[in-house]
Design a protein around this ligand. Structure first.
Ligand code: PEP
Length: 253
């Protein structure tokens, strides 16, 4: 079901104590102030998730997410975390294919297809990231690239599986740079993604999928970006590390 979502990707930031403080502030403020119907995701480091579960508790519409997981359920993969491990501690969402993982950990379309299967098989929601680097946009190949990212990693899914995926469009040139895509650029790509999904599956399926924008979202620009008809929220990096800023983003719908 298409939901508005504000997802905070903490990346490799915060000590456990800082993370617990941040989560408590977000939960308290959001519970007291966020009036509109929106899901809030706290996508925290693995080491924090069990402790954060106690803080998120029964809070309505606030969920825990992980930043990655391994494609296998268990085995000799030193240093990795599996989907069943995440599921067992109450994680509901798993970010897959963030541009930092594609860039620094060489995550391929095929690997991400496999991770998507695993996350779905364990009843969690993949937040599948796609987006182009600046040189690709300058060559006007950004639609082609995003279409390929989605096709190669998601289009093997059945309609029932695809319905459960959240997509995050994150132009790499806008991540952590302070440069935001314009509301028009975001809406244009989101509409393209929805059309791509509609062509493969159906319009009603495409209309049921949440498509988030990520790239230097902050309280000052969230309302404009979220105004796009096909923009269903944000995947927020830097600004999600400040509770007040993040909650203001969540209130920007
Ligand atoms: C991100 O890492 O997903 C992101 C969008 O980061 P930032 O908001 O800092 O650009």
């Amino acid at each position: 079901m298409r939901r508005n979502i504000a997802a905070g990707n903490w990346k490799m930031n915060t000590s456990l104590e800082e993370g617990m403080q941040l989560a408590s502030e977000v939960v308290n403020m959001a519970t007291a102030e966020v009036v509109k119907d929106i899901d809030i995701l706290l996508i925290a480091p693995f080491t924090h998730l069990t402790s954060l579960q106690k803080i998120v508790g029964e809070a309505k519409n606030i969920f825990l997410g992980a930043q990655n997981c391994h494609e296998a359920d268990s085995g000799a993969y030193t240093g990795e975390i599996s989907a069943p491990m995440l599921k067992a501690i109450g994680v509901k969402y798993v970010v897959l294919g963030h541009s930092e993982r594609r860039e620094y950990f060489a995550e391929s379309h095929a690997l991400l297809a496999s991770k998507t299967d695993t996350v779905l098989r364990h009843g969690m929601t993949p937040v599948f990231c796609c987006g182009e680097k600046l040189e690709i946009r300058e060559q006007n190949k950004h639609f082609e690239l995003v279409e390929a990212q989605i096709r190669e990693s998601l289009f093997h899914l059945s309609a029932d599986q695809m319905k459960k995926v959240v997509i995050a469009y994150e132009p790499v040139w806008a991540i952590g740079t302070g440069v935001t895509a314009s509301a028009e650029q975001a809406q244009e790509m989101h509409a393209f993604i929805r059309k791509t999904i509609a062509n493969k599956y159906s319009q009603s399926l495409a209309d049921s999928i949440s498509i988030l924008y990520g790239g230097s979202v902050k309280a000052a620009n969230a309302n404009e970006i979220f105004g796009g008809a096909d923009v269903d929220g944000g995947l927020v990096g830097g600004a999600s590390l400040q509770s007040r800023e993040f909650v203001e983003i969540a209130k920007a719908f």
